[in-house]
Design a protein around this ligand. Structure first.
Ligand SMILES: Cc1ncc(COP(=O)(O)O)c(C=O)c1O
Length: 382
């Protein structure tokens, strides 16, 4: 980020940073957020504390959005949700909860995974192991190897699963693979820890939660970390939630009590402002509709840029090697080139991405797609 900022070139392209960008290169405040924020400010009468679990109406709306109101675990009173400081807060509290309940378990994370997963989960003291997930050079999922790895995991181990828009690969499981994975989690009695940071960025709010709903409908225990940084653009407000699903109501109550004790020990209470805005949007029919329209516009823009870059890469390379960029989902894809090529793209062409060749497709614009494609075509080998 610092190198990008310091680069004086007019041609520079930032594919590195992990936030959404509109066609002007801005990370906008959604209109529904502006309107909800005004409503919150107009009606709020105190800044007194809320609670360690945050806002009840926020937590309730999150459960309904992620699981659906009629989900069996909700109906059976087995779900407990706490508002957290972003998805990161949810991952961290979830890790501490696992550590308190079962300190000897291993958490299996995908290879590759988002860079923050390791510090967020590892700093709780839990042992981490990687399961094969995506081959960046071949541009394909390693699903069979993933299943084989997880089939050898110990009973009670935890599996961190990207719910949709895998970060950094953009490669998600298809419905049949979700079924296979769910059957394995059930059979091997593994605990899924689902990370849902991009609901609405792949297909729509419902389709993107299908994996979470499937898994949580079948296994007795699960954790879900939810983030509203991307799909509401509330990044700096730190809005997220940890949902814990337990075997029965008593265990759910115990899990909640531990979860809140952990939250008190780290940050005491989650920040309220962003969650008040989010809850207002979720519970107001007009604003919710507006949100869904704005979310769909963000998703469509990324899908359009994926298609455009893939098309330009076909034109520049004369081959379909990079067609995967068009079919993958979410903000990120791995170009699948070496760190040397990443350096050359930066030093010769002013194109910035992370060392693992992760590109944020929201950094692609109609005016820079051909330039980026040509640079990749020129430098891709080596
Ligand atoms: C995979 C993944 N999980 C969780 C998060 C949580 O983000 P935040 O703490 O900003 O809500 C992110 C954000 O980049 C992410 O990419």
């Amino acid at each position: 980020m610092a190198k990008y900022r310091a680069d004086p070139s007019a041609r520079k392209v930032d594919l590195g940073v992990g936030v959404y960008r509109d066609l002007s290169g801005n990370t906008p405040i959604l209109d529904c957020v502006r309107r909800a924020e005004q409503a919150v400010l107009a009606t709020q009468v105190t800044k007194s504390y809320v609670a360690a679990a945050g806002r009840a109406e926020f937590n309730d709306a999150v459960e309904a959005l992620v699981l659906r109101p009629e989900h069996a675990a909700r109906r059976d009173g087995r779900v407990r949700t706490a508002q957290t400081p972003g998805g990161c807060g949810a991952l961290r509290v979830g890790a501490e909860l696992i550590r308190a309940a079962a300190p000897a378990v291993t958490v299996h994370v995908s290879d590759p995974t988002w860079g923050n997963h390791t510090p967020l989960l590892g700093s709780s003291g839990l042992r981490l192991e990687r399961y094969p997930y995506y081959d960046a050079t071949a541009h394909e999922l390693r699903f069979e190897a993933m299943i084989e790895h997880l089939d050898r995991a110990a009973v009670g181990d935890v599996v961190l699963i990207h719910a949709c828009c895998h970060n950094p690969s953009g490669a998600d499981l298809d419905p049949e693979q979700w079924q296979t994975l769910t059957a394995l989690l059930e059979r091997r009695r593994l605990i899924p820890f689902l990370d849902l940071a991009y609901q609405g960025f792949a297909n729509d709010l419902d389709a993107d939660a299908a994996g979470v709903r499937l898994v949580t409908g079948r296994v007795p225990e699960a954790l879900v970390a939810v983030s509203y940084s991307k799909n509401l653009g509330l990044y700096r407000e730190r809005v997220g939630a940890l949902m814990v699903i337990s075997e029965n109501q008593d265990r759910a109550d115990a899990a909640q009590s531990h979860m809140l004790q952990i939250a008190r020990g780290i940050y005491s209470m989650p920040p309220d402002h962003g969650a008040a805005i989010a809850a207002h949007i979720f519970n107001d029919a007009t604003l919710r509709k507006e949100w869904i329209t704005e979310l769909s516009a963000m998703r469509t823009r990324i899908a359009d840029m994926r298609a455009l870059l893939a098309q330009q890469l076909r034109a520049s390379t004369g081959a379909g090697t990079f067609d995967f960029i068009q079919t993958q989902r979410g903000m990120f894809s791995l170009l699948g080139v070496s760190p040397t090529v990443v350096d050359r793209l930066r030093d010769k062409h002013h194109i910035y991405m992370t060392a693992d060749s992760r590109m944020n497709l929201a950094g692609i614009m109609p005016h820079n797609a051909a330039y980026v494609a040509q640079a990749i075509a020129d430098e891709r080998n080596g």
